[in-house]
Design a protein around this ligand. Sequence first.
Ligand SMILES: [Zn+2]
Length: 496
Amino acid sequence: MTPTTEQLYSLLLRRGAMPLVERAQRTPVSGPLAALERSQWWSLEQLQALQLEKLRRLTAHSFAQSPLYGRLWREAGVRPEEIRGLEDLRRLPVVNKATLRAAFPDQVLARDADRAELIPYTSSGSTGEPFRFTMTRAEKGLRWAVMFRCWAWAGLRQGVRYVNLMGEHAHGSLQGGARQSLEQRLTQMLHIPAFAVHDERLDDVIEQIVRYRPRLLRSYPATAHRLALALAQRQIDLPLAAVLTTGEVLHPFQRAAIEAQFRCQVFDAYGGDGMDVAFQCGHSTGYHINAEAVLVEVLDEAGQPAPPGQEGQIVLTNLNNLAMPFVRYAIGDLGSLSGEQCPCGRGLPLLGHVAGRSSDQLTLPSGRALLMWFFTTLFRQTPGIDAFQVRQTAPDRIVISLAPGRDFGHLPANGQGAAGGAQRLGAFVGAEQALAYLRERIEGEVRGEAVVELLLVPQIPSGPAGKRRFFIAEWQESGQEVRLFPNSRTSSEETP
Ligand SMILES: [Zn+2]
């Protein structure tokens, strides 16, 4: 479709089909979307005033209606009327996934929420344990409005043909059959389970996508990266308007390969458990926080606000979801706030970066941390590594699986930093020597504290919902659960 027909189609959809669908599904989207399109240009002060208004409504409601929050706040000696400014939020206790899981449904859901009206969600916990939550149709509409606003930043409007390469059960109970989902009506979506890109269905998937002629791809980073490499190998050209990634940390080597193959920009999103937290607008490396919908705090190890630029625990408050409140929810990710203003002029504050799960580091027996960045950088610079996974199977044992690609066996070019994603091949030494090179680099970092095992595998197995994890501290994940701050695991993506 030419851009003009696309715009026309999207206009028709907004004026015509969309209001009908919204009425039929009792899920208002266009009204909230129009409001969000205005408020994104507000000043920070205006946005904060709106946040405070919503926060006060949320805390009063949660205290009165949710047994869990009522109890926790009484124990902490805080009453909702004491929330007079945004900073008063800090007086409330932090909850995490374990807290909410234990309280779901009766102890956390608002008493006044009509159970029959609530939409059930399950997020795909990478460790296998699903996390259940819920929201009303109206609250779901607010999520869609937020998402549509952010898609517009990527130059895409409703009605644009896109491929949704996400989890197997990404669409809840509305998916399939005669009952076409709201998502599919509001958008022109081809849904393909992310799993299929990583198994023997890959060629079928490619054929399906090429035939569909999408303008946009929405995917987990690892899945989009895998698809980009597969298309390059098959010399298939599929230029897109944008690729939207979400659900996992997007690594620089993935962004570079995806942007090169699809000849477009990657717009990364961060969210999870019903919250579309932050999106990239394309003008800066930061992520605009959807401040009308979510309050983001970044806390240091003492639980105090971390200054801009300093990494800490991301703690979220969902300002829209009254049916199942998330108030000061430590989602289990690390990130930083940015003190900078985006050149695009939007007043929405920026999240500087999302470093991923708090557990995305391995702790060596001495207590020294081995950051995933060491591995992502090494594997980006080494030619021919399509995918990898690092597992710490015991405190002193690290098993690294590598899925080799076409160029495996080359050393990195001298002194290269893979600038701009263009990877230069160094000398060809063969697979064995390439492995020896990697082993030497990794052992240099591990310094004798653990045995390092390197495996070449055809592909990296995916977790639930097709998501892939780069880093797994297996010995830490069996057992400990209810610690409030460290290692509270989360998934981050489910389609609203
Ligand atoms: Zn911006």
